[in-house]
Design a protein around this ligand. Structure first.
Ligand code: NAP
Length: 597
């Protein structure tokens, strides 16, 4: 006879494989929306939170449930809103009239069909309400079908992210799946009181709505980190509340799931808060290190795991349970302080994966299959993105977590090593149009500095000016340019750059040889040729954009300061390269006047 636990484990493993299969097909262009979409889906922890907040077991569990409802609904509302905001920006270059016509006809049909799913949902809800009031049939059975449909819709939603063409439609399906699961759960017979649920949902909707609508695209990394911390807090609180509820009758299996839920949830909560603080500049971005740091962290982890194992054998040792929660909170904090702000994207992705695991563990505790599925999908997505980023930087996950990268001392300006490389030539704004005169092909390379300067609109305007002059313009997107996977794609989409003008590294590198000018806007490490030949460089082995093959190179940045890796860029000493010093946005504004005059 197959037990619920076995079924849960099968579901967890299969969802992980399916997630890997679907998510590995999401193009780098859509990696940032993928992060926020899985983040929104992991808000399915709301389903379990609703049960705890509404079942009225004790005041403490109701309060914990209320906070968990507020946190999870913040993630659902905020996550889906910001994903939609991003996806709306991705568009192709204008197409011929016939295609536009057929597209608008499709859109009209889509709009007409829109009420159908909502009418179906309303019918199902009425049916559930009737089942609940008649008492003849357990609505839980009907609800499990709701969850199956929701899970299918989530998977289709993720599948949609394999192309910008289908991404919004896919997300609509996922949103609808979420709505079905939430509304269906409200009819669960265990829910006896709705006051706290309504309060939590109202807070979550307001906070999530504000985060989803008003957070600028440049602040997406810290918003993502913040929402992981909220999801993890929800899982931890539900874990504590369930431990208190079942304290006298906890078996080893339930204790394993509860232990995993609070341990992973706790460390993800504090770790993600630290990551958000570092990215927002509220905490120092540089790695904070001290002697014996890795050893003390590993000892702490060992004590936590040891306590957890003992707790599984002896679930009634409540003191140990709270010790595990406290150690997990401390471990999350200590794990992130030695990591530099620039490495935070990898950390965020890993924490995304942990948040998914905490969510899945909560699914095992409550034996809620949809949470097991979404937790597994979220976990796979975060893990896969972290691996992709590490691969693109030619670094291992261990180096990111324990390497304190970003603490490297930069060579001081004018140092001997620098002057040995040659001279750096700078250029004035009014000289740029002359340099571009006669150019037929230009490649624009955006980087982290474009995000800092919020210069994406200026970059898009520059491209329009060049295209009006008959110049062919392409954008070169390095997989780890900026501070998030797909960071540059989202910013350029915000500035109305059609995604078919964006070329990823492997596509664009062969074109550099034919380009007349490469214009680099705030990118540094991703253009450093030393990555190809200098074995002592921390960048050695990282695949880079081969900008030096263009006939000439213009670099827009403020100074000779290095980028994330803390090393000087050999490109700047290349006789083909000229520096246009200044804030990227200001430089572009000055350039426009220079073009006009
Ligand atoms: P970068 O190497 O960090 O360089 C950014 C450059 O932008 C800096 O040299 C800076 O020079 C310039 N800058 C900053 N503010 C500016 C402004 N207002 N106007 C003009 N320029 C400005 O950036 P990148 O080339 O995009 O490379 C990304 C780095 O981040 C890589 O090393 C990558 O491995 C790492 N990373 C990325 C991810 C990811 O997912 N994308 C994840 C982890 C790590 P000035 O100060 O002189 O202006």
């Amino acid at each position: 006879m197959t037990t619920d636990l076995e079924i849960g484990l099968y579901i967890f493993i299969l969802a992980g494989f399916l997630g890997y299969h679907i998510i590995s097909r999401v193009p780098p262009l859509l990696h940032t929306p993928l992060m926020s979409a899985t983040n929104a889906m992991s808000g399915i922890s709301l389903v379990g939170s609703l049960l705890v907040a509404g079942s009225g077991h004790s005041l403490l569990s109701t309060l914990f449930g209320f906070v968990a409802v507020a946190c999870s609904s913040t993630n659902v509302v905020g996550g889906f809103l910001i994903t939609d905001r991003m996806l709306k920006m991705f568009r192709k270059a204008p197409v011929e009239g016939a295609v536009v016509k057929s597209q608008s006809r499709l859109r009209r049909i889509g709009r007409l069909a829109l009420p159908i799913p909502f009418a179906l949902l309303a019918g199902l809800i009425l049916w559930l309400a009737q089942l609940r009031s008649s008492g003849r049939f357990d609505p839980r059975q009907a609800l499990s079908f709701f969850y199956i449909v929701s899970a299918v819709l989530f998977i289709l939603g993720l599948k949609g992210l394999s192309s910008p063409k289908w991404a919004r439609r896919g997300m609509f399906l996922a949103e609808f799946g979420m709505l079905m699961a939430i509304v269906g759960t409200l009819f669960h017979p265990e829910i006896v009181t709705y006051g706290w649920i309504i309060g939590g949902l109202a807070i979550g909707t307001i906070v999530g709505g504000s985060l989803g609508y008003w957070v600028p695209m440049t602040a997406v990394p810290q918003r993502t980190a913040l929402s992981h911390s909220l999801g993890a807090l929800a899982a931890t609180l539900i874990g504590i509340s369930e431990y208190i509820r079942h304290q006298n009758g906890i078996g080893m299996v339930l204790m394993t799931a509860l232990g995993a839920e609070v341990a992973i949830g706790g460390l993800t909560f504090t770790g993600s808060l630290m990551a958000a603080g570092k990215l927002q500049g509220l905490l120092p971005g540089s790695p904070i290190t001290y002697r014996g740091q890795n050893q003390s962290n590993i000892t702490l982890l060992a004590v936590m795991v040891g306590s957890l194992l003992y707790l599984i054998i002896q679930p009634s040792a409540s003191g140990l349970f709270y010790l595990v929660v406290a150690l997990a909170l401390l471990f999350g904090f200590l794990l992130v302080i030695p990591i530099g702000a620039a490495d935070m994207p990898v950390v965020i992705s890993l924490l995304n994966s942990y948040a998914g695991m905490a969510d899945a563990a909560m699914g095992f505790v409550l034996m809620n299959k949809i949470q097991i599925i979404t937790g597994s999908l979220d976990g796979t997505s975060g893990f896969l993105l972290s691996l992709l980023m590490c691969k693109a930087m030619n670094r291992s996950a261990v180096n990111v977590l324990f390497g304190a990268f970003g603490k490297i001392e930069a060579e001081p300006e004018g140092s001997e090593a620098m002057s040995a490389k040659g001279t750096v030539r700078s250029i004035m704004h009014e000289e740029v149009p002359v340099l571009l005169d006669g150019a037929r092909s230009v490649i624009i390379v955006p980087g982290y500095g474009m995000a800092v300067a919020q210069a994406q609109h200026g970059v898009s305007e520059l491209a329009s000016i060049l295209m009006k002059r008959g110049i062919n313009v392409k954008y070169a997107i390095h997989p780890v340019a900026g501070r998030m996977p797909g960071h540059m794609n989202v910013l350029l989409a915000e500035a109305n750059v059609p995604y078919d003008q964006l070329y990823d590294m492997d596509q664009i590198n062969p074109y550099f040889g034919e380009a007349d000018v490469a214009i680099i806007v705030g990118a540094n490490d991703v253009t450093n040729p030393a990555a190809k030949y200098n074995k002592s460089s921390p960048l050695y082995g990282m695949p880079v954009l081969e900008v030096e093959r263009a006939k000439s190179v213009i670099v827009l940045k403020r100074s000779m300061r290095p980028g994330f890796a803390g090393v000087d860029n050999d490109l700047y000493y290349n006789p083909k390269c000229v520096m246009l010093f200044g804030d990227a946005k200001e430089s572009l504004t000055k350039l426009f006047s220079a073009f006009k005059s």
